[in-house]
Ligand binder design. Structure first.
Ligand code: SF4
Length: 180
């Protein structure tokens, strides 16, 4: 079987889903027998290349995330929403109850941890935040979801192993096997 390519990307999330991916521990050796990890937050590769499987952590919070997600979708044969922020917006989406300006003002001006000089940061490199945070499937087609905050390493490994062996992951079947 030809070796596949995996890419992972971190949008609006806390990196906890990537930490859970690392928790597959020695099973990473089984993954790398079947696929090369050609892009991830610790691989120094600027552009997201063509991949067979893309794991996307986090939700879409900004122009930058939107463009990155659209690019990843074009590059990936199979796109997997990794974790609840990607699937439902979850923690990242909690700011949707407030206006964007209120959130920024609290974070940079009003919060007790700011000094008296607290002010809104202005820099072209800062993310251009959207008014509302949205999950991946509001922007692109998502092939599979791995729920959880963070998802368990076992579930991540199960889905990856199925995809890399050209099988269709079935989380319901997996649940029944584990819990009846
Ligand atoms: S789903 Fe949970 S662990 Fe994953 S990015 Fe969101 S908050 Fe972090």
């Amino acid at each position: 079987m030809k070796k596949k390519k995996i890419g992972t990307v971190w949008l609006g999330g806390c990196s906890g889903c990537h930490m859970s991916l690392l928790d597959i521990d020695e099973r990473i050796l089984e993954v790398v027998k079947l696929a090369d990890i050609v892009k991830c937050p610790i691989v120094d590769q600027k552009e997201f290349p063509q991949v067979d499987v893309a794991l996307v952590e986090g939700s879409v919070t900004s122009d930058e995330h939107l463009h990155e997600l659209l690019h990843v979708r074009k590059q990936a044969t199979c796109l997997v929403a990794l974790g609840d922020c990607a699937v439902t917006a979850n923690v990242t989406g909690m700011r949707n109850y407030l206006k964007k300006e209120e959130v920024l003002n609290y974070a940079y001006v009003e919060a007790a941890s700011n000094d008296k000089e607290g002010k809104m940061p202005q820099h072209p490199a800062l993310l251009k935040l959207h008014e509302k945070v949205v999950p991946l499937q509001e922007v692109v087609h998502v092939d599979y979801v791995i729920p959880g905050c963070p998802p368990s390493a076992d579930t991540i490994f199960y889905v990856l192993a199925e995809l890399l062996n050209d099988r269709v992951p079935n989380l319901e079947q997996e649940r029944k096997l584990k819990y009846g």
